[in-house]
Design a protein around this ligand. Structure first.
Ligand SMILES: [Zn+2]
Length: 310
């Protein structure tokens, strides 16, 4: 249901109740007694900032709004815990780009708390099956679509970063390309061909650097290696090529799958799961990580996308 049809349905219901049914002889209630419910303010639940570089930054799990007219998501297996401070982290990163190079990424930020809406799930799980939220899910996705289209107007090839926070035991970034931990543990010769089906499969075929396959995941110009050399541990990277068998690892979710280049195309997507301490726990940590993020992504975009700020 679109927002327009939802509003129409709400309006139709209100009109029917307010005017009564003359064929049954009922009378309308006194004017002013029944007020129509206000429309859901869905446009205030997602922020979209247009950018000036071929980078889209999504923060789906850092919202803090809990409208009382929205039920809590109670679906079986649904995660309702926020990724603490990731909205603030995304905003710090955007500011850091602005200050450093006078360019800003496209920014899409879900403002709803995760127990109300999950910005990294398909429609049913995102809304917990609460149908009135469907227009918001559509709006949220269209905001991401708009951001991606805008990024591609800046440069022919664009990158989506889906920003998260994890609580796993090892304090390191988990860089997700939709490649499983078990696959990452394979020998280079076996892992290499699988990169074609990863969320940077298009980059694997067309990187300006000429890097492809395993080199894109843990070579010297891989994103994880860029962060590692800046003092932020990351997996996969040159010194930490794969999670060990007993280590937790997120390899990407709905946004990465929907926006990535698993079947080719000009838009790649990478999920970055951040640890807490030293990255997003304090304003000082967020500032420092944002500086590293800008350095790493500017190198990455120049190396593999052939884009740099003029
Ligand atoms: Zn998350």
């Amino acid at each position: 249901m679109t927002r327009r049809t939802l509003a129409g349905a709400l309006l139709a219901g209100v009109v029917a109740c307010a005017t009564g049914d003359p064929e049954r002889g009922t009378s309308p209630p006194p004017t002013g007694v029944v007020s129509p419910p206000p429309p859901l303010p869905i446009t205030t639940w997602v922020d979209l900032e247009n950018g000036t570089m071929p980078l889209v930054l999504i923060a789906p799990h850092g919202g803090d709004l809990t409208p009382t007219d929205l039920p809590d998501r109670t679906c079986a297996g649904c995660v309702t815990v926020n990724d603490a401070n990731t909205r603030a982290l995304a905003l710090a990163i955007a500011t850091a780009f602005d200050v450093r190079v006078n360019r800003r990424p496209f920014l899409v930020v879900n403002r709803l708390q995760r127990r109300k809406f999950d910005g990294n799930r398909d429609l049913v799980e995102a809304t917990g099956g609460h149908l009135p939220l469907e227009p918001f899910w559509n709006l949220y996705q269209s905001r991401i679509d708009s951001a991606v289209a805008g990024a591609r107007r800046v440069h022919p090839r664009a990158l989506v970063i889906d920003l998260h926070g994890h609580g796993h035991a090892v304090p390191r970034l988990e860089i997700g390309y939709l490649t499983s931990a078990a696959s990452l543990r394979l020998a280079d010769g076996l892992l290499g061909p699988l990169v074609a089906q990863s969320s940077i499969g298009g980059l694997h075929r067309a990187a300006v650097s000429g890097d492809s396959g395993v080199v894109l995941l843990r070579g010297p110009r891989a994103l994880g290696t860029r962060f590692r050399t800046l003092g932020v541990p990351a997996v996969p990277s040159d010194v930490d090529p794969a999670p060990l068998v007993d280590q937790d690892y997120f390899n990407g979710g709905y946004n990465t799958s929907r926006r990535g280049s698993t079947t080719g195309g000009a838009v790649d997507a990478i999920q970055i799961e951040t640890h807490y301490a030293g990255v997003r726990d304090t304003p000082e940590s967020r500032f420092a990580f944002a500086e590293a993020f800008v350095t790493a992504l500017l190198a990455y975009l120049q190396d593999h996308y052939g884009w740099r700020p003029i």
